[in-house]
Design a protein. Sequence first.
Lengths: 837, 334
Amino acid sequence: MATRRKTAADRPPDRLTAAFRVVGKALRKVDATAKVVGATKFADDVALPRMLYAKLLRSPHPHARILGIDPSRAAALAGVKAVLTGKDLPIPFGILPVSQDEHALAPDKVRFVGDPVAAVAAVSEETASAALDLIHVTYEPLRPVTDATDAVTHPEPRIHDYGDGGNLHKLIDLEFGDVAEGFAAADLVREDLLFFEGSTHLPMEQHAAVADWSPDGKLTLWSSTQTPHYVHRALAKVLELSPAKIRVIATPNGGGFGGKSDPFSHEIVVAKLAMLTGRPVKITLTREEVFYCHRGRHPALMWVKTGVKRDGAITAMHFKSLLDGGGYGSYGVASTYYTGALQTVTYHVPRYKFQGARAFTNKPPCGPKRGHGTPQPRFALEVHLDKIAEQLGMDPAELRLKHLVPPNSLTANWLRIGSMGLGPCIRKVVAGSGWKEKFRKLPHGKGIGLACSSYITGAGLAIYWNPMPHSGVQLKCDRGGGVTVFCGSTEIGQGSDSILAVIVAEVLGVDPFDIAIVTGDTDLTPVDLGSYSSRVTLMTGNAAIQAAERARDIIARHAARKLELPAERLAFAERRVFDVENPARGLSFADAVQLAEAAEGTVGTVGSYTPPASPGRYRGAGVGPSPAYSYSACVAEVDVDPATGIVRVPRIFIAHDVGRSINAATVMGQIEGSVYMGLGEALMEEMAYRGNRNVVHKIPSLLEYKSPTTLEMCDVVTYVVEDPDPNGPFGAKECGQGPLLPVPPAVANAVYDAVGVRIDVVPITPEKVFKALRRKAKGEEPRFGPTAFPDIPWPDPTRVPPPWEGGDGKAVPLTPGASPGLDGARIPGHAPGVRDR
Amino acid sequence: MLRLPSFTYLQPSTLAEAWRMKADAGPDGAFVAGGTDLYPNMKRRQQEPKVVISLMGIPELAGCEMRDAGCVVGPCITLSELSILPSFRRSYPAVAHAAELVSTPLLRNMGTLGGNLCLDTRCNYYDQTYEWRKAIDFCMKKDGKICWVAPSSPRCWAVSSSDVAPVMVAIGAEFRLVGPKGERVMPAGRLYANDGINYLTKHPDEILAEVRLPAPDGWDAVYHKLRRRGSFDFPVLGVAAWIDWDGADIADARIVLGGVASWPQEVAEGGTTLKGTDLSDEAIARAADAAYRPAKPLDNTDFDLSWRKQMTRVYVKTALEELRERRRSTRKPS
């Protein structure tokens, strides 16, 4: 990256801290007041003259062939202006280039209850709803696939005619070093089976979109999307329009959490309806339809086997995951890789094998939910380590502290670690929670548990392969001293607009509230890939620093001439440009901008950011690399009622290494919000389906899909750890997803500490605890969890020697005569077990 | 978004006017009080009245009056009002407590006592949108022929989900119903039938006009509620326990369960087994066991049904223990 900015590594940390005026302060979000007073315009607030309303007819069958659709009666209903079916939008799309398996309206087959089949535009929502009932669809039902195990055992009928065989969408087999040898060298080898239930994002705002087709042949789409750039591409493809004729405006999202990161049927449908009718068309999904859009957490069955030395040092790890993907690909291939990618970035794993499978099932598609594919394996790994620590007679905090991945190192799977603040994080929560006085010492029913995690700060690769920057910023300085920042990033409530303001204000010495932020508009803003993978602060931040420093250089050049000083002696602060050695000598920022504009014309600059290339060069190395990794440690306190199995979590201690806090208030908010979402997944959230009743979603409503409210939320004690990363803007790393990860395993480990039963499944509901307690009382294994991992036809492994075994990041050919994948992979029904050596 | 269908909204100011409007509307008419039950159901097309007649403007259905012989409560009092009235809280803490456990503050500000007592039975095959129900080919409670909870059953198994109703049955409250053809007063339990569809014995044109509570004299009652989230869920189990004390012993007792049947389920054996005892641990265990056996939760609410059944024993036990504790603490001074 050709930037002259100073990074954390260039300066000693104390000066770095002292130098900040804006960065690191707890500031109000730039868009907060409008949100609080209800002035923010969300997608559903967009109203245009002559606007029509769209509704989608959805499949009542989980799996069926469409034999015919007769929309004539609906089209004839008074007030109906257009009816669409699959044949009107025949081009498939999908977020990943390898999974272009969705249609805006199903042309010949439906794959879950709720799959869109037809669409109506009418003068009112009521008329559009009434018209849906008049569309006659003839279906031929097919056997539905109810879950991942069912998909493994029933390859036919196939849900899609692509993938890695039968109803298996994707199979992955990666091996970094000889794990068998690693297990042989261990003092203890332990295997565990765990299951992580699917959950959904539950944003407060339901998805909504409005499309307008202008008389001069230009399409504008307002949508509550986290990824306007990808929606732009999907619209161009499906509607066969030049991208130059399409403008996508991402309205402020009333929460996203990953659920608005795919291009969706309803976005394409309103665009097509607007083109057909020549009138603006709006759709606002019902809550039930949001459950059908889903793209949430994949239910994941996981098997993990780890060898350790007596001091807890890991000798090898083998991890298997089976994901229930739902009816379409979505981000699923990436999600599957993610269930195996980040095991290696917390504790040193010298040899590592990962086998991952994603199944197609007849349910709403799973995709990226906060933590994307990593909370499931993190739950498995951290509970597994808790059990290992107990067997070794070690304190689980000590075990972890002893074997941390070193900073500035490579992992077995070729991920490059930069700053690594997990050690301080663990020490913070251990000290704050009184861990040493409480662990295994609390009265029956009270428990304490610890878990750690790490997460990427932005995916190292874009969704589609291209050599261009991941984020771009344009910056314009106004003669009056205001600054406008243009960036394609999307404000989903996480505070990304404020991050741009704070960073530019820091560099140019102006007030963050003097900065106008223009984001998420494909006509006005340079591309940013979107609000996903915790990439926004790091990538837009670096692009914004570059643009702002370029503007500062221009302004400094002319201010220096006026002040008769070398430009290097100028400082930008308090809306002034002045001599660092004699602060009284200076100009106002506005005057300095005017000097620059008089001399050089409009003061406008650009900045952009491309992540560093990853050292891993094997097939599959694209998922996991990141410019920086955040770290979290968590201690959960629980109260378990042995009579009922009800678990309450009074308090959670969480420490998060954010590298550098850009806005202390939003960092705190993101950490607490992550804890909240993790707590819901730990205790109650569940995408439950009725497999025996047409695979309907059991509870698609805000009342019956159980998620904690503020009253169920625990107290949170947050510690922000700042271990600046050279790749982050001012050293910043992510904080919006990572802190979710350790919460479910910390709660599970605390439940064990409280009542001595292992719940190897989330959510940890009272029924499960109650059953495990009964088993314990009967002298059976005090555990609730899965008992078998199905037999999966794994492919030949990709073998990549780890860096310390002479690898170069590339795969090596299979040894002739070797029988790959035999180690545990083809043996069905592994019961969790332990082997002492 | 999910929209209310169009309907005519009428606001009578007398009972006579309300009956006339109902007669005019026929089967398409429905009475409404706070609307927190009816309107969401209408959005989901579980009920499709064309004419909705509000009872909130009829003065004689409002208010709460403490009399020597007990208390007379107008059914249109909101749950919030009822649960914060100081005199009512003092005399009927179990009723006030049950009322304040209903849903959320916002819904209690709209929802009424009468509405909670006449609450539609609930089932997660039924409390779904029209489109969802279409995917299971509907159920017998609305638009369909079968009860998906128990497909071979001739009846509907939707669940009584009122928090206040079990308490009313337990404490021996009476309801006055008024209709165009006259009025009748009945023990609270007689308002309910164990049928998910015909769960009320009230005629459609009858209006619940008064809730009469016995004088708070020598008896005590508690209500314990089991649900996922204390912040707003319906009960998956409610335990109302009532004890008429005769000195240190029990003269009479009733245990009524909510959330386990289509009506507030009185467990007669639970009450009889307590009579003459002083609520010893053994007596409590016997009563809890008696309540556990007939409780038949089905798979149509939140939580696993076998666990819900197990919890009957636990919740009856803790309810009775609380009553014993209260007795001990009030008798200490004398």
